[in-house]
Design a protein around this ligand. Structure first.
Ligand SMILES: [Zn+2]
Length: 251
């Protein structure tokens, strides 16, 4: 129910920018039986003939069973807000050479343990839809937990190398190279994995040091994931970085 409220809120916010947002409702299995999910999406068709697609994803669902009042301020909400701002910026900037899809995915979090029927239902649905429509995907970019006041972005090993290079160069151009690091010993299963599994170039930008001391992730999936732990400054850096990557992909 709250998921549906969140989806409608995003839909409303994006529609207010004048962009044509849609809800993609679908049924998918979960450990508790089949249930309905809904991705929110907005597409900006490119000007190029045979424009390829760049997909930017943030999950908007929050981890269930954390307790009453769980905010998921960083894990779910922060990058979902980033995508709303990005929709507004893209709308204002006019058409881009490549086609860009912004997608707020549902079902990223698992209910019990990650598996074929638990977690990533939204991104799997999205990647399969792109394949079924034979769309050419230039990059699938996942942004996750990027509102952390103490921003430390990880590019995990399961990131397409060319996209890793583009992201690191983009960070340098905006003066944020100290806030991002490639970790070749860490694999993070995130929404980009669904695209990676289908052979599309994919990248994950995630801050997985979300905690009470450097190197700790002890606020993640706890009642401590609250609004006071995130900052507008971090979101500005994350947003600029995402926009710079989008620019670089269209050079
Ligand atoms: Zn999570």
């Amino acid at each position: 129910m709250r998921g549906r409220l969140a989806a409608n809120w995003i839909l409303d916010r994006v529609s207010r920018t004048g962009a044509d947002a849609t809800l993609d409702k679908f049924r998918a299995p979960t450990p508790d039986g089949e249930r309905t999910f809904a991705n929110v999406m907005v597409e900006f068709p490119g000007t190029k003939t045979n424009a390829a697609w760049i997909v930017v994803m943030s999950h908007f669902d929050t981890m269930p069973n954390i307790g009453e009042g769980f905010q998921g301020a960083n894990d779910g909400a922060s990058t979902s807000g980033l995508l709303v701002a990005l929709a507004s910026a893209l709308r204002r900037s006019g058409r881009q050479p490549e086609s860009i899809a912004l997608v707020w995915t549902d079902g990223e979090e698992c209910r019990k343990a990650y598996g074929p029927n638990d977690g990533f239902q939204g991104s799997r649905r999205l990647a399969e839809t792109f394949r079924a429509r034979q769309r050419q995907v230039k990059a699938a970019i996942c942004v996750d937990m990027l509102g952390d006041k103490n921003l430390n972005i990880t590019l995990p090993a399961n990131t397409t190398p060319v996209l890793k290079d583009i992201a690191l160069a983009a960070a340098k151009r905006i003066g944020a190279e100290k806030k991002i690091v490639y970790k070749d010993d860490i694999v993070v299963k995130d929404d980009h994995s669904a695209f990676l599994d289908l052979g599309y170039p994919s990248i994950d930008l995630i801050d997985f040091d979300f905690g009470s001391a450097p190197g700790l992730n002890d606020w993640w999936h706890t009642p401590n994931d609250t609004l006071d732990k995130i900052s507008a400054e971090s979101l500005l850096v994350s947003g600029r970085l995402t926009a710079e990557i989008l620019n670089a992909l269209q050079q």
